[in-house]
Design a protein around this ligand. Structure first.
Ligand code: FAD
Length: 317
């Protein structure tokens, strides 16, 4: 079932989770172990992130280095199939521009359609580890908008091969990303929201946000989106802080602020187990307020900390 239909049919705020594929070498059981406890909350859908391959330098026997391409977390499509088979819950694969050309994207979309996936979250992806700015593949997409248009085309039966007439029309519900604290490359919030509106106008059904720790930033973002004419549902992305290290890692990696009140409490913690309590309590308060404000879905980034999320959602439902 499509995410947008889950939202339209919902009588109350829904719950969804997001997971990462395991590192190469691990089994699908690590996904089941991660998700099993969370399934008691009957998530409406589960997102599976996509990770592009990266170049690393490997030392050879003669002491020289060779550049090799490695994908540390493969398996997004397979995990989606596994989730749908094992839990009978809708899976939402992330689809990125980075590292793909249009033909590979089309093939991936056909695979997803064949395994019964009705949803995609369409993203640009970040720059490769060895690059400072995002560079699309030759014959790839530069912006999420361009990738989205390819999905919309396939939904209209338009394939890359022009001689395919009367092609099967896929029926992907498309989500896109939004940034309550602005995407780091955008010159200002208004421009970023203008680009977001272009994605919605081109066919995105809903928006999922980057994590944030101050609900007022989310409420202000939603207000600005509505003023700009964006009517699509906006799903808050939520994550608990679980270690002191994240006080600097999260702002540096995701360009998000951590409110002073929260960072002061975390600094007082002696061990990370105490941070988990503080971060979990903060997330619970955020969740309660977002639910009371009528958020369509609470989308939790579980990222290796399902127990903390479990404690929060248990208190909420
Ligand atoms: P875009 O919408 O293409 O925007 C990128 C930048 O370009 C923005 O600054 C925007 O304002 C600007 N822009 C857009 N259109 C134009 C235009 N026409 N002209 C000029 N500027 C323009 N990354 C992964 O690699 N894998 C994942 O699984 C993944 N999941 C994510 C899930 C969520 C919910 C979020 C919020 C992010 C996720 N990311 C993921 C990270 C994401 O790929 C990065 O944040 C990336 O830098 C931007 O992606 P986007 O889809 O927002 O890009």
């Amino acid at each position: 079932m499509k995410v947008i239909d889950h939202i339209r049919q919902a009588k109350e705020t829904l719950i969804s989770f997001e997971i990462l594929p395991p590192l190469k070498g691990k089994t699908i059981n690590s996904i089941y172990e991660h998700l099993d406890p969370l399934m008691e909350f009957k998530p409406s859908f589960i997102n599976v992130t996509y990770h592009r391959s990266e170049h690393v330098f490997k030392k050879k026997a003669d002491g020289t280095f060779e550049k090799v391409e490695v994908r540390k977390r493969p398996g997004t499509v397979g995990i989606c199939a596994a989730i749908m088979n094992y839990y009978h819950v809708d899976a939402v694969p992330h689809l990125i521009c980075g590292g793909f050309n249009k033909r590979e994207t089309e093939d991936a979309l056909i695979d997803l359609n064949f395994i019964g996936v009705d949803n995609v979250l369409v993203l640009r992806g970040d720059a490769a580890k060895n690059e400072t700015v995002f560079e699309p593949e030759a014959d790839g997409h530069r912006y999420a908008l361009d990738l989205m248009k390819q999905v919309v085309n396939l939904n209209n039966g338009i394939y890359l091969e022009e001689d395919i007439r009367d092609g099967f029309r896929t029926k992907f519900s498309i989500g896109v990303a939004g940034y309550p604290e602005k995407h780091f490359e955008a010159p200002n919030m208004d421009t970023d929201i203008m680009h977001l509106k272009t994605k919605v106008d081109a066919g995105a059904d809903y928006i999922v946000t980057q994590m944030f720790f101050d609900n007022n930033k989310f409420f202000e973002f939603v207000k600005k989106c509505r003023e700009a004419g964006i009517e699509a549902p906006i799903i808050p992305g939520l994550k608990p802080i679980t270690s002191k290290k994240q006080l600097s890692v999260l702002p540096r990696t995701f360009y998000v602020d951590i409110p002073n009140e929260l960072s002061v409490e975390i600094m007082k913690c002696k061990a990370d187990v105490d941070v988990e309590k503080v971060g979990g309590e903060w997330l619970l308060q955020q969740s309660k307020e977002l639910k009371a404000s009528g958020s369509p879905v609470l989308h939790y980034y579980t990222l290796g900390k399902p127990k903390v999320i479990w404690n929060v959602v248990k208190e909420l439902v």
